[in-house]
Design a protein around this ligand. Structure first.
Ligand code: MLT
Length: 303
């Protein structure tokens, strides 16, 4: 029997992919062959010598000690395409939140609850919460993986001009990857030309803090930044200064930090990118299939 230790709750349809006559899947198993994990950090966890594989039901693998896994010969899988649509849809929503004063408007409208003639009072809000349209504006997408490419396509169809950059592939191949990137760009061009910047890269040694004081200084005044990838991609102390000075007009994130959470030009939500039933199911199914292929057939399938 293969023993799979469930570090986090995984959608049942994923576990159904692991035949119970061959697999024990439980929170506690004695000598796991594999771990199934969502977002819990494994950095401080000691691995049993029986461990052969770890599957992350999600994209980012910054919660997994990759070097330690390589040294120990433990295969690591993630599910890059499985929640891309869910994150793309949230990124689309974030584009509008970054532009129109929707979140301030919601708070203000709710504050009218219980007052007489709410309909007339609500009408007064329209002059207070004015924000620009996105059509015709330049969007810089940093990171052209499964999510970044989908964001490019969607933004292109909303009449934005899309500039795409990926730190791991050349500008030319980046352009070929998505026919809806209107222009392949280097990072400098993204910083200096774009009205909106949306970041979709993994958190690595190279990308940590990639949006810092130097980057903000290059950006167009009133740039609007979306970060649904990882909080540490941004130097939050530097960002707080740029938001304070008005250099950055708005920051929308599902990784708010202490430094920026309370600021008026920050729209902060919990980490909701993959919080859809469809994405939970996809991630669980993909991760379980990857483990099954690896444990039973030695195949490396990173869906
Ligand atoms: C991911 O890495 O897959 C996303 O950040 C979504 C998540 O982990 O919930």
């Amino acid at each position: 029997m293969y023993q799979v230790k469930l570090i986090n709750k995984i959608a049942p349809c994923g576990l159904d992919k692991l035949d119970r006559t061959k697999y024990v899947c439980a929170e506690e198993v004695e000598h796991p062959d594999a771990l199934l994990v969502r977002s819990t950090s494994l950095h401080e966890i000691e691995f049993d010598s029986s461990l052969l594989a770890i599957a992350r039901a999600g994209i980012g693998v910054n919660n997994i000690p990759l070097e330690r896994c390589s040294e120990a010969g433990i295969a690591v899988f993630n599910t890059p395409g499985a929640n891309a649509n869910a994150v793309k849809e949230l990124a689309l929503c974030a584009l509008f939140l970054a532009s129109r004063k929707i979140s301030d408007g919601i708070v203000w409208a709710k504050s009218l609850a219980g007052q007489a003639e709410v309909e007339k009072l609500v009408e007064k809000g329209k002059g207070q919460f004015v924000g620009p349209e996105i059509a015709g504006k330049k969007l810089g997408v940093i990171g052209l993986g499964a999510i970044g490419v989908m964001v490019c396509n969607t933004a292109h169809h909303l009449d934005m001009e899309v500039l795409g950059y990926d730190p791991y592939i050349s500008v030319d191949s980046a352009w070929k990857l998505s026919r809806f990137v209107d222009k392949a760009a280097d990072l400098n061009t993204i910083f200096t030309e774009c009205d909106y910047i949306s970041i979709h890269v993994p958190l690595t040694k190279e990308t940590r803090g990639m949006l810092d004081r130097e980057a903000f200084a290059k950006m167009k005044k009133n740039v609007r930044i979306i970060n649904l990838a990882r909080g540490e991609l941004v130097n939050n102390a530097d960002l707080a200064e740029a938001l304070e000075s008005g250099e950055v007009a708005c920051y929308v994130t599902d990784f708010p930090s202490e430094e920026v959470l309370g600021m008026k030009n920050v729209v902060a939500i919990p980490h909701l990118g993959a919080s859809t039933p469809e994405s939970e199911d996809n991630c669980a199914v993909f991760a379980a299939r990857e483990l099954r292929e690896y444990l039973e057939n030695g195949n490396i399938v990173n869906s």
